[in-house]
Design a binder for this molecule. Structure first.
Ligand SMILES: Cc1cc2nc3c(=O)[nH]c(=O)nc-3n(C[C@H](O)[C@H](O)[C@H](O)COP(=O)(O)OP(=O)(O)OC[C@H]3O[C@@H](n4cnc5c(N)ncnc54)[C@H](O)[C@@H]3O)c2cc1C
Length: 492
C-alpha cells in the first residue's frame, strides 16, 4: 500500500485544527492556502473577520487544547490574557451596571490573529504536515463515487492535481466545494439560512498607560447590551457594544447591531461611540489612541449546509464555516470548528475503514454537535421581522422571541449571580457544553430563575440588581455577599 495522504483546504482556524487531528493518522497532510501566511500575528486577505473581536468559548479552548496540548499556555505566553469575565468585565445590562462577583468561568482574551498565529506555530511543528501557501484550490477530482483529490492553481497560473485519501473542506463561508461536488454528480446539500442583518463596526485602539487611567477603570472589558427601554432613544442604545481587550495593551472597540446602518468612517464611529448608552464606553475610547481604520462587516448570516441530509460524499468532510457559519454575536464559529475536528479524530482513532459508514457516522455526530450552537443562534435571530432565510418563523413566534429573549436573558444573568447552579448551567450552555433544550428542561435551573424573579419583586435579593449607568461601573466585589458560593472553588 502507498503512503496515505490527507489534504486540507484552507489554513485558517478550521483548517489548522483539521491538520492537527489528521497528522497522527496519515503519512502526509497537505494544507492548501491561498494567502501567503504571515510569520506573526497579522491580518490577511482571506480572513477579513480578524479585524473584529473573537471570543474563544471554553468548549473551543478545551477542544483546541485536546488537539494541541498546551495551547492555553502558548496563548498566554504569546500575550493572551486569562480573565474572569464576571470580575474583569463590566456589564451594562437592563438594570444598569451589573454587580461584580467571582464565578467559575474564565476566558483567554486575545485578538483573532494571535489565535491563528499560535495555531500555525503548532502546526509547523508537526512533521507530517506541509503547508502550501499562495495556491488556490479550484476543484475536486472524483472517481467511482468518491473524492480522490483536489485541483489547485499556483500563483504562476500552473494547474496541479493532488491525490488524497481524505479531503477536508475548511474554505470558510464562501467555499465552492458543494458546487464542485454538484458538477461531479452529487446532490447539493440543502442550505438552512437565517440572516438577521447583523452589522459589526470595529476599530483598534492603544490603551493609555495603566498609571494614567482613573481608579474607576478597574475593568478590562466593557459590554453594553441593547436597551430594553421602549421610550424614544438614540439608535446607538440598541447596539451591542464591546470594549474588547487584546494583547499589547490594546482594545478592539466594536459596536454591533441587528438591522441598523452603522458607522464606516472614523468621525461617524467616534460620534456613535459617544452615543452608546453608558458614557464610560465613549470616555474610555476617547482616552485611547486609534490604531486602525474603521472596519465594517455584514458577512454575518447563519448558514448551515446540511450534508447530513444527502448521501455522504466518500473521501470528503467539511468543517468550520464551510459547513456551518453563525451570527458572530454568539461567538460559536471557532469552537464549533474545533469540535468537528475532534469528531473526525475520534472516528479516525477507531481505525474503521473510511467507507460510506464512516462518513455517515461523521455526519451524524457532526450534526448532533452543530445542533447545539445552531439552536442558540436561532433563539435570538428568529425575533427579527427583517431577518431573511429558510428559518424565518411565523409572525407570532417572532413576536414571542422579540418580547421574551432579552428579558429571559436578563432574568438568567441576574439569577446566576445569586445561584451557583443557575450560573454553572447557563455558563455551560453559553460555552456550548450543554444544549439550550436541556437547560429549558432542567427543573432546578428553571426553579432558580423563577425564585430569583420572585425575590426581586419582593426586593429580597442579596445583591443589587444594577447600578446607574450614568456613573462609572462600580468595582465593589459581591462574591462573599452571596451564601453558598464556594469561594475556594472560585479561587482555585
Ligand atoms: C465579524 C465576525 C466576528 C466573529 N467573531 C467570532 C467570535 O467571537 N468567536 C468565534 O468563535 N468565531 C467568531 N467568528 C467566526 C470565525 O471567524 C470562524 O468561525 C472561524 O474563523 C472558522 O473559520 P474557518 O477556518 O472555517 O474559515 P475562515 O476563517 O473563513 O478561513 C477560510 C480559509 O480558506 C482560505 N481560502 C478560501 N478560499 C480558498 C481557495 N479557493 N483556495 C485556498 N484557500 C482558500 C482563506 O484564505 C482562509 O484562510 C466571527 C466571524 C465574523 C465574520
Amino acid at each position: 500500500m502507498g503512503a496515505s495522504r490527507a489534504v486540507v483546504l484552507g489554513g485558517s482556524v478550521a483548517g489548522l485544527c483539521a491538520a492537527g487531528v489528521l497528522a497522527p493518522y496519515f503519512d502526509e497532510v497537505v494544507v492548501l492556502e491561498r494567502d501567503l501566511l504571515p510569520p506573526d500575528a497579522e491580518h490577511r486577505r482571506g480572513v477579513p473577520q480578524s479585524k473584529h473581536p473573537h471570543f474563544l468559548l471554553n468548549s473551543g479552548r478545551r477542544c483546541i487544547g485536546e488537539i494541541f496540548p498546551g495551547f492555553e499556555d502558548d496563548m498566554l505566553a504569546a500575550g493572551g490574557m486569562m480573565l474572569m469575565p464576571s470580575m474583569d468585565a463590566a456589564y451594562c445590562e437592563k438594570d444598569g451596571w451589573a454587580p461584580r462577583k467571582a464565578s467559575t468561568m474564565t476566558m483567554v482574551y486575545s485578538s483573532r490573529i494571535l489565535i491563528e498565529r499560535v495555531l500555525r506555530d503548532r502546526v509547523r511543528r508537526l512533521d507530517a504536515v506541509t503547508t502550501r501557501e499562495g495556491v488556490s484550490v479550484t476543484g475536486v477530482t472524483t472517481a467511482a463515487g468518491r473524492v480522490t483529490g483536489v485541483e489547485l492553481r499556483e500563483g504562476s497560473g500552473a494547474v496541479e492535481v493532488i491525490e488524497a485519501d481524505l479531503v477536508v473542506d475548511a474554505l470558510g463561508r464562501g467555499s465552492s466545494v458543494p458546487d464542485w461536488l454538484h458538477a461531479a454528480g452529487w446532490a447539493l446539500p440543502p442550505e438552512r439560512t437565517l440572516d438577521a442583518k447583523v452589522t459589526y463596526t470595529s476599530r483598534w485602539y492603544q490603551l493609555p498607560p495603566a498609571d494614567e487611567r482613573p481608579d474607576s477603570w478597574w475593568w478590562k472589558h466593557l459590554v453594553i447590551t441593547p436597551t430594553q427601554d421602549k421610550a424614544a432613544h438614540p439608535e446607538e442604545h440598541d447596539y451591542l457594544s464591546n470594549f474588547f481587550p487584546i494583547e499589547g495593551d490594546r482594545a478592539i472597540v466594536c459596536m454591533g447591531s441587528w438591522g441598523l446602518e452603522m458607522a464606516r468612517k472614523p468621525e461617524a464611529f467616534e460620534a456613535a461611540v459617544d452615543r452608546v448608552r453608558a458614557s464610560t464606553f465613549g470616555e474610555a475610547t476617547a482616552a485611547c489612541t486609534p490604531l486602525s481604520e474603521v472596519h465594517l462587516t455584514r458577512s454575518t448570516g447563519n448558514k448551515w449546509r446540511r450534508y447530513d441530509l444527502v448521501d455522504p460524499v466518500e473521501g470528503l468532510v467539511a468543517i468550520g464555516d464551510s459547513i456551518c457559519a453563525f451570527n458572530p454575536f454568539y461567538a460559536q464559529g471557532m469552537s464549533s470548528a474545533a469540535r468537528s475536528a475532534l469528531i473526525l479524530a475520534e472516528l479516525l482513532a477507531t481505525g474503521a475503514a473510511r467507507d460510506d459508514a464512516f462518513f455517515r457516522e461523521f455526519l451524524a455526530r457532526q450534526k448532533e454537535s452543530l445542533d447545539v450552537p445552531w439552536m442558540l443562534a436561532m433563539a435570538r435571530d428568529q425575533a427579527y421581522d427583517f431577518a431573511t432565510g429558510t428559518e424565518v418563523v411565523a409572525p407570532w413566534r417572532r413576536r414571542l422571541a422579540a418580547r421574551f429573549s432579552w428579558p429571559v436573558f436578563n432574568a438568567i444573568t441576574a439569577a446566576s449571580r445569586e445561584d451557583t447552579y443557575v450560573e454553572e448551567t447557563f455558563t455551560a450552555v453559553f460555552n456550548l457544553d450543554r444544549s439550550l433544550k436541556e437547560m429549558m428542561r432542567d427543573r432546578r435551573f428553571l426553579w432558580g430563575v423563577a425564585r430569583h424573579q420572585v425575590r426581586a419583586l419582593l426586593r429580597r435579593t442579596t445583591i443589587p440588581a444594577g447600578f446607574d449607568l450614568g456613573q462609572d461601573p462600580p468595582g465593589t466585589d459581591y462574591t462573599d455577599a452571596v451564601p453558598g458560593v464556594n469561594r475556594q472553588l472560585v479561587d482555585a
